[in-house]
Write a protein that binds this ligand. Structure first.
Ligand code: WAQ
Ligand code: MG
Ligand code: MG
Ligand code: MG
Length: 258
């Protein structure tokens, strides 16, 4: 599977956007592709951004580059879905799950307050689990996790095994959460979409797995969230390298016993 050469393909689209990264974030995407599939990969990213519910972009960048490092293989997180009746209950449940993952209440509350300050993120905020301070210095760019994918055949086997729909949004989110949580400095992640029509989000950690919550915001709300709760002081550069540069394939080994 990893004999072939792979390319990292990335897309970023914005409204009133520039090369410097200003404007309203519309859509981003990242995947790994073989040389023969680059056209298809670029088209998939183009489609994702041209038909986006956050609006039509007037700026888009798509780039690819060959990967020279070995690609790490990581299993997908286990997955569980919680049904709640309201966004308020969903937020409460997300806080309970974060607390279960070992994050102090005051840190969780502080992290939630950052969301009001940064409302146009295209990456993740990194919050220190000891101080509750935001520790990346990327402003509204945040840290964009990249160079990751899950080969479709293997993903489809996994989805069929668990009776889950072949859902590209869930696939993308599970790829990211599985990559991010596999690094020991990540204690937990909190996420919901900035797309106004998508209200399901999740809390993830290596031990707890990917815990989906069907309602974390109201329909129409364009405020998204991606927070990594981290304990990374001693290995900050390595951690950032892992998130942004380490190539990773998610791979499910299959289960004979169900
Ligand atoms: N790296 C870091 N942060 C990212 C990345 C990335 N590669 N992609 C997105 N984000 C951040 C960014 O701030 C976005 O505004 C925010 O996350 C939301 O991104 O049913 O669709 O792609 O199981 O809109 C989760 C539930 C869906 C899926 C999440 O997020 C399910 C989603 P979106
Ligand atoms: Mg997006
Ligand atoms: Mg996405
Ligand atoms: Mg989005």
């Amino acid at each position: 599977m990893q004999q072939e050469r792979y390319y990292s393909v990335r897309m970023r689209a914005a409204r009133n956007g520039t090369y410097e990264g200003d404007g309203k974030h519309i859509s981003g995407g990242e995947l790994l592709s073989t040389y023969n599939n680059i056209k298809q990969a670029v088209n998939a990213l183009l489609d994702k951004a041209l038909t986006h519910s956050r609006g039509n972009p007037d700026f888009m960048q798509i780039q690819f580059e060959a990967i020279t490092e070995p690609i790490e293989c990581i299993p997908p997180l286990t997955i569980k879905t919680h049904e709640v009746e309201s966004a308020d209950r969903g937020k409460e449940l997300s806080q309970e799950l974060l607390a279960k993952a070992g994050i102090q209440r005051k840190v969780i509350e502080k992290a939630y307050r950052y969301l009001e300050k940064y409302s146009n993120m295209r990456g993740a905020m990194l919050v220190d689990i000891h101080s509750g301070e935001r520790v990346d210095d990327r402003g509204s760019k945040g840290v964009r996790v990249s160079r990751m994918d899950w080969l479709n055949d293997n993903f489809e086997k996994w989805a069929a095994h668990y009776g889950l729909p072949n859902h590209s949004r869930m696939k993308e989110a599970l790829i990211l959460a599985s990559k991010v949580s596999a690094y020991p400095a990540t204690v937990a992640e909190l996420c919901w979409s900035d797309d106004p029509e998508y209200i399901t989000g999740y809390v993830a950690s290596k031990e707890m797995g990917y815990q989906r919550i069907n309602k974390l915001k109201e329909y129409g709300d364009e405020q998204g969230c991606r927070i990594f709760f981290v304990d990374a002081s001693r290995e900050w550069d390595r951690y950032l390298y892992y998130l942004e540069k380490q190539p990773v394939f998610i791979h499910w080994e299959g289960k004979r016993d169900g």
